[in-house]
Ligand binder design. Structure first.
Ligand SMILES: NC(=O)c1ccc[n+]([C@@H]2O[C@H](COP(=O)([O-])OP(=O)(O)OC[C@H]3O[C@@H](n4cnc5c(N)ncnc54)[C@H](O)[C@@H]3O)[C@@H](O)[C@H]2O)c1
Ligand SMILES: O=P(O)(O)OC[C@@H](O)[C@@H](O)[C@H](O)[C@H](O)CO
Length: 496
């Protein structure tokens, strides 16, 4: 017999304490604007705000908006759940098993900037607003020249934020105390500075007044920060059982490891605004983010980006399967210890300790970290997370890091794709089809390149050379790196 449909998570399923938190979130002043409804912010930032609220340390609420027009349905679904969702935190913490599920209630509203642009802009007139937090992936933080039309929604995040800040400036007549704290969580070095530069560029493009530019510069703080937590989203394989246990369905069910770390470049006065440390969270206000950033992005994210195309092509679906495959695990470990760590100007013992923790986290038996999720926007990820290691290794040793180059070949092969009605797709070595998610221009480039190879217009070596020569992808012409085109071609041939 088909099982009885269960209700969607909503406040009627909450116990008395949860319901009090829910009601207070709905009625508390909106102090935070969140750009991004994705898994990460919900498993990290929103959980932190919820933790503070539970302890009575924070009395603000969050309005969430989706970064892209395509997110409209997700936002509508979130509204149907009254902004509520469940976070499942599982794994080992200091050797102890942690397993906790918690309904998070921090959202007082969900606003679609594309459907209701004027409602979105009017959020800027809220005197209580203090913080704008974002996660739009590396691609979303990029500056994209955008005309300002005034009444049309802007798709570029920095452009949208500029319009938002201009509305705030105009409404409060440039009041110094109405500046905001901007906290981008995108994994880019100097993420705060990048966002600030983007806002200032749009302001210049649009000819916005000098007084506004001065207000942005002096009364808004764009903080650089580095986030670290593995958040794996909806647990497809387990969801049905969990919903049967809980008696409700939750389209926003999210999973995360217990480990969390956030280093924010800024002074501790900001801790008053966001009392995360006071709530016992592993959040640090630091003077210099650089060492934390380099260590994490090059080792943890570098390892993810390195292993993902190799694993996907071989038919794996999750990080842990790669960790359980002796050959691939050794491959990843050798790349980290032999090619990534040796070129980092950081304490070798500390690096080793960090790398060991990262391996432990990758092996977390409760975390199903999908390779296809990590694969999203892999080209820009390679550029930021692995290419610097490749180039530094060559500069330092005069040789090429063979494992990283092999992973680059797998990445180029992973992007052997074609356009279908459902988007761009590629095929694993066993023929299984997978979707590819990246910028349209990137996918178009690879689809055209590989189709020219399929029709024998260009050789496999030329696929490699054209890829390396594409400055849009890498920021530089990689055919100039001694020996790289030859080695890439050799590894590409292994996929023939
Ligand atoms: N999931 C994690 O473990 C984790 C940990 C640390 C950092 N991050 C950061 O999170 C990002 C991935 O987010 P997620 O895990 O929440 O995935 P997700 O797919 O749930 O959410 C991605 C979000 O980014 C938006 N987005 C995607 N491409 C965009 C683009 N081109 N322009 C604007 N917005 C865009 C989506 O609309 C969505 O809101 C990473 O790029 C990284 O910066 C994730
Ligand atoms: O989140 P992404 O897509 O930028 O990168 C995939 C993973 O490398 C990333 O999510 C890590 O798990 C995370 O950065 C750990 O803090």
């Amino acid at each position: 017999m088909p099982s009885k449909p269960r209700p969607l998570l909503n406040h009627t399923q909450l116990d008395a304490n949860q319901r009090a938190l829910f009601e207070s979130a709905r009625t508390s002043p909106v102090k935070i604007l969140q750009i991004g409804e994705g898994n990460f912010l919900r498993g990290f930032f929103d959980w932190m705000v919820h933790t503070c609220r539970k302890q009575g340390l924070y009395d603000g609420s969050i309005v969430v908006t989706q970064p892209r027009p395509a997110g409209a349905q997700k936002l509508a679904d979130l509204r149907r759940q009254e902004g509520l969702y469940t976070l499942l935190t599982r794994g080992l913490e200091q050797g102890k098993l942690v397993e906790q599920s918690e309904v998070i209630s921090v959202f007082s509203d969900a606003v679609d900037p594309y459907a209701t642009w004027s409602e979105f802009l009017s959020l800027a007139e809220n005197p209580h607003l203090e913080v704008v937090v974002s996660n739009t992936t590396e691609a979303g933080l990029a500056y994209v020249p955008t005309p300002f039309t005034g009444d049309q929604p802007l798709v570029s995040f920095p452009a949208r934020l500029t319009a938002f800040l201009f509305r705030r400036f105009s409404h409060f007549e440039g009041a110094a105390d109405k500046g905001l704290v901007l906290l981008p969580c995108e994994l880019l070095e100097h993420n705060g500075d990048l966002l600030r530069t983007g806002v200032l560029r749009h302001s210049a493009d649009w000819g916005l007044p000098d007084e506004f530019v001065a207000w942005v510069k002096h009364h808004n703080r764009f903080l650089n920060s580095l986030v670290d937590r593995i958040v794996t989203g909806y647990p497809t394989d387990e969801a049905a059982q969990l919903f049967a246990d809980w008696g409700y369905e939750d389209a926003f069910l999210n999973t995360a490891e217990p480990y969390h770390f956030w280093a924010i470049e800024g002074d501790e006065r900001l801790a008053k605004l966001l009392p995360f440390q006071q709530a016992g969270l592993n959040v640090h206000w630091v003077e210099d983010l650089e060492p934390y950033h380099v260590r994490k992005v090059r080792i943890l994210n570098g390892a993810h980006t390195l292993m993902t195309p190799l694993g996907l092509l071989r038919g794996f679906h999750h990080v842990r399967e790669i960790m359980e495959d002796t050959r691939l695990r050794r491959f990843v470990q050798t790349a980290i210890e032999g090619e990534i760590m040796p070129v980092l100007a950081l304490d070798a013992e500390e690096l080793q300790a960090y790398a060991d923790t990262v391996f432990e986290r990758f092996c977390n038996p409760f975390i199903q970290h999908r390779l296809l999720d990590i694969a999203m926007n892999s080209i820009s990820k390679f550029r930021v997370r692995l290419l610097p290691s490749l180039l530094d290794f060559q500069t330092k040793t005069g040789a090429l890091p063979t494992h990283i180059v092999e992973a680059l070949a797998a990445l180029v092969r992973l992007y052997k794709c074609r356009q279908t009605e459902a988007g761009y797709v590629g095929a694993r070595l066993n023929g299984e089809i997978y979707p590819l998610r990246d910028e349209p221009a990137v996918l178009q480039f690879f689809a055209t390149l590989w189709s020219r190879h399929d029709t024998k217009e260009i050789s496999l070596d030329e696929v490699g050379v054209h890829t390396l020569a594409n400055v849009e992808l890498w920021g530089t012409d990689l055919t100039q790196v001694d020996g790289l085109a030859d080695l890439l071609g050799k590894h590409l041939a292994e996929y023939q």
